[in-house]
Write a protein that binds this ligand. Sequence first.
Ligand code: PEP
Length: 256
Amino acid sequence: MRRKLVVANWKMHGSLAQNQQLLDSFKAHLANLKHVDVAICVPYPYLQQAQSTLSGTPIAWGAQNVGKYPVGAYTGEVAASMLKDFGATYVILGHSERSTAYCESAENVAAKFVTAKNAGLTPVLCVGETLQEREAGVMEHVVSEQLDPIIALHGAGIFKNAVISYEPIWAIGTGLSATPEQAQSMHEFIREKIARLDPEAAMSVRIIYGGSVNPLNASKLAAMQDIDGGLIGRCSLNADEFEQICFAAENAAIKH
Ligand code: PEP
């Protein structure tokens, strides 16, 4: 059975002082979760702070991007091995804020995915459609095309033990979450697509949902069959809200 996973995406927020308050609270309140993995994805400069605060706890940490090459003359990039140096285990890839603001292509994300996996990091691959694409009914086609470059590069087996986050773009930071049924339907579609190519990878890949998850909607989302947890933006910057979401996932896991 897949363990639930809740990932915090702090985006470009935080300071040493603010982070410390959040991390200390997570450490105090989330260390005893039995059925949920928790990971905090911080801006690069705060990896060391996450490492020194969270080492020795079950809470993992990670980054929000990685360079696609292992090493070399790539000014401004950060290698997967550098994330590993700071104890990171997760890395968010392909977030729509990066594809929109930095024109990141699905092919680029695919290369980063393979680099991260080869380095022993767990990639959290973001996929999702725009509102226009959903209204046009092509959301599955769009998400499928976001997965294809990775499959073409390395086969569907690369999704074994990886994480895919379904993040409808219209739901990110808008307060308008997908319904549990809408999210479940897409998660099932993604799992079935991978299962046709590699059933073992489909069983192990954790497909989490991101997009305006909050303490009020977290339980119903986490209760769905193919929703293995959440990627949390805004509410991960509020200790109480993030912790409530983690406990909602814990309770859903107990009921499953
Ligand atoms: C995100 O940015 O990955 C996200 C899900 O943000 P929010 O929870 O704020 O919608």
